[in-house]
Design a protein. Structure first.
Length: 264
């Protein structure tokens, strides 16, 4: 009897140890999408420390920034993504969508891990409308896994035509990537729109469709236009989603999603 009890106890201990090992080796990635209103804040006081605090408080691994100025006159000639990278101790990348106000305007990415490769994909737009782009990094996580991460900001006009063509181009541009990937950004489209349906042909959204949690405007959010999506579906699991409401840092809420990278 004593031998049987010892055997059972040993098996229980081994099971607990195996579960603990599995828990400790899980690969999670915290992703933040944040439209930073070209650094102005809703008070117009250009407070980069206030924006950086939102990022620091959420402690993400990857950040997709939209409405990012690069040495423009309105941004006091600051390179915003580099300034935020310095404040948050994350690696910065700026991807220009268009020249603007003595500098550039486009997307930014911040990452806790260094870049293996970067790419700036120009998106289609109608004559007279704002050019848009999708910034991509390829990076190796602390777990040793390689992933790609895309940050973008789609057209904001009421007519959905440009957003539809931009969504299709993003799907096309990243559909041949051999690594698991994440897409984040201000898509300027609500969950029921044709634009989001096009994205969902390739990407899996992280939000709950029964309770999408609005992200705009930041003082009283009424609609969801900021997203985190992933590919392929079987490689990622949504652990948590949070809308970070700060009515001063930006006119958008930041959107934080924690994902678990699953085995093949």
């Amino acid at each position: 009897m004593k031998i049987k009890l010892k055997t059972i106890a040993l098996l229980v201990l081994m099971t607990i140890c195996q579960q603990a090992i599995c828990q400790s080796t899980k690969t999670t990635v915290k992703v933040l999408s944040f439209n930073i209103l070209h650094g102005a804040t809703t008070k117009g006081d250009f407070d980069l420390d206030r924006i950086a605090k939102v990022i620091l408080d959420t402690n993400p691994d990857l950040v997709a920034l939209q409405e990012v100025d690069f040495k423009t006159n309105r941004a006091k000639k600051y390179d915003l993504v580099t300034e935020l990278g310095w404040r948050t101790k994350m690696a910065p990348l700026f991807a220009q969508a268009m020249p603007f106000d003595g500098g550039g305007y486009g997307e930014g990415i911040l990452s806790k891990s260094s870049f293996l490769q970067t790419r700036n994909v120009a998106l289609p737009f109608s004559l007279g409308n704002e050019p848009r782009s999708a910034a991509e990094i390829t990076t190796i996580l602390s777990s040793g896994d390689t992933i790609f991460f895309v940050g973008t900001h789609l057209d904001h006009l009421k007519d959905e035509s440009d957003r539809i063509s931009q969504a299709r181009e993003i799907n096309r541009a990243f559909s041949t990537n051999k690594f698991p990937g994440i897409l984040a950004g201000d898509l300027n489209a609500t969950p029921e729109s044709k634009t989001i349906k096009i994205f969902e042909e390739f990407w899996t959204p992280s939000y709950d469709k029964n309770d999408p949690n609005p992200t705009f405007p930041s003082d009283n959010p009424t609609k969801k236009i900021d997203y985190v999506m992933f590919y392929p579906k079987n490689r990622w699991r949504v652990v948590e989603t949070r809308v970070i409401q700060d009515a001063v840092a930006s006119d958008h809420c930041a959107y934080l999603v924690t994902l678990e990278l699953m085995g093949k």
